[in-house]
Design a protein around this ligand. Structure first.
Ligand code: APR
Length: 238
């Protein structure tokens, strides 16, 4: 591979590219991150709103919390960086997008997401009857399973949950064969998702990080661009 990482990165020089995305990708659209200034977990305790224990104790309260998030996300729009990524993806046969985000903002901009590592705000699941789409409005169309009347929980990987093995396996396979790995807007602080960064490096990928701030994984990257996602995605890549 004789691809170069210069000021303008020609994606066509890389046979396979992976964008690994975190909450910072949605920040400029107005969706709060988790740990930065004004981050969700700086205002709320995940123990009260984002774990199975909280859901078992107060399903309505947990569903209210997620409904507020759904409604907030619907007031936001994808930014130029989202659309630039969709365009880059359309022009490259093997450009994959792996996201930790549950907000669906990438998909709203026409990006094909190969793996949603932490699930989605726009699906619900019943422990017995599985997954159902629920994306029409901010409000949940129903909070109870139509088949068994059990509480439906958002199809999100909460704290203390096991991850979706199939989704992680698929992501791992794509990352293990990536020639270029680009991390956008993640603090690289949450595991096991953050393990994908050293995996990409061990697999020999060229490594780029896009984040206005240094992260726990910055030393693993060949190039760190201290830029907001929208600027980086509209200027760095062709
Ligand atoms: N462009 C790029 N990056 C940005 C921008 C921006 N405009 N604004 C903020 N960032 C960066 C921050 O510097 C920070 O490093 O985005 C990162 C967001 O980090 P977190 O809030 O920790 O979000 P993330 O890494 O996606 O969290 C991982 O944690 O709470 C769980 O399941 C949740 O998927 C989430 C996981």
């Amino acid at each position: 591979m004789n691809a170069h990482i210069t000021n303008t990165i020609k994606l066509a020089e890389f046979s396979s590219v992976v964008f690994f995305v975190g909450a910072g990708m949605s920040a400029e659209s107005g969706v709060p991150t988790y740990r930065g200034a004004g981050g969700i977990w700086t205002q709320y305790r995940y123990q009260d709103f984002a774990c199975q224990r909280a859901f078992d104790a107060d399903p309505q309260g947990v569903l209210d919390f997620h409904e507020v998030r759904r409604e907030a996300v619907l007031t936001c729009k994808p930014h130029a960086g989202h659309y630039a990524l969709a365009k880059l993806q359309a022009a490259h046969p093997r450009l994959h997008v792996i996201t930790q985000n549950i907000d669906g903002m990438l998909q709203r901009a026409g990006v094909h997401v190969d793996a949603e590592l932490h699930g989605s705000l726009w699906r619900m699941r019943c422990a017995k009857h599985g997954i159902r789409e629920d994306a029409a409005t901010g409000q949940f169309s129903t909070r109870r399973c139509p088949d068994c009347d059990a509480w439906l929980r958002p199809d999100i990987t909460w704290f203390e949950d096991a991850v979706n093995e199939d989704v992680f396996t698929k992501a791992g396979e794509l990352i293990a064969t990536a020639e270029l790995f680009i991390s956008v807007g993640t603090s690289a602080a949450v595991y096991p998702a953050a393990n994908f960064i050293p995996l990409a490096r061990r697999a020999g990928a060229r490594m780029i990080e896009i984040n206005p701030e240094r992260t726990e994984a910055s030393t693993l990257f060949e190039r760190c661009y201290a830029l907001p996602a929208s600027e980086a995605l509209t200027t760095l890549f062709v």
